[in-house]
Design a protein around this ligand. Sequence first.
Ligand SMILES: N[C@@H](CCC(=O)N[C@@H](CS)C(=O)NCC(=O)O)C(=O)O
Length: 230
Amino acid sequence: MAIVLYDLMGADDRYFSPFCWRARWALAHKGQNIDRHPVRFTEIKDIHDGVYETVPVIDDGEITVGGSFDIALYLEDAYPDAPTLFAGGPGLARFAEHWVQTAVHPRLVRLIVSDIHDHLTPEDQPYFASSREKRFGVPVDQVQASRDDELPDFRKALTPLRKTVEEFPFLGGDAPAFADYLIAGAFQWARVISPYQLFEADDPVAAWFGRVLDLYDGMGRQAKGYELAA
Ligand SMILES: N[C@@H](CCC(=O)N[C@@H](CS)C(=O)NCC(=O)O)C(=O)O
């Protein structure tokens, strides 16, 4: 039986949530088919009577798990015969999670936040505009207006990733691991909803992201999004 994934839906068949992408790649890694239940931001409260404030959430038969990292831990436990998501244990993946959320997401969201808004369904746009205006202190289009000035700092922040993927095909070594999905989710978020080019053409980060997009019969690349110039 396929595992149900509550996946954040934008307009126009765009599935852009970085956290849901982590779960999608983790599920594919474990050989699991998904039964996607698309949800808008404003519908998350309807999942299982409002127990969850964010997606991803999965239902595996009777078992429900929310949160991308907990989903990966659950899959590792429930499907031990499939390739591991955490070679050497989950500590390094947790480090990757903290790194991407402190060094990458806060910089990246400022480059694409108005594009996110513009790719949401009309039902979600007022919620997103007002919740993000509260977060940033200014309307979303103003946040994104300075992105050309902020791009060099974003690229520089990727140095630890860049140096690692110059040396190894994946953070997991020769094979991908959950740490790859944790970080690639951020760039897929951008690719799905923004034509803005994050990487220089010869950036090893772009090459590594391309390798992740190609996994599982090009699952990430086939998702509706914008082309990477790199
Ligand atoms: N710690 C959670 C965070 C998930 C998260 O923040 N998801 C976003 C979608 S990208 C969400 O559901 N946001 C709800 C909202 O902003 O109202 C995880 O790792 O899954």
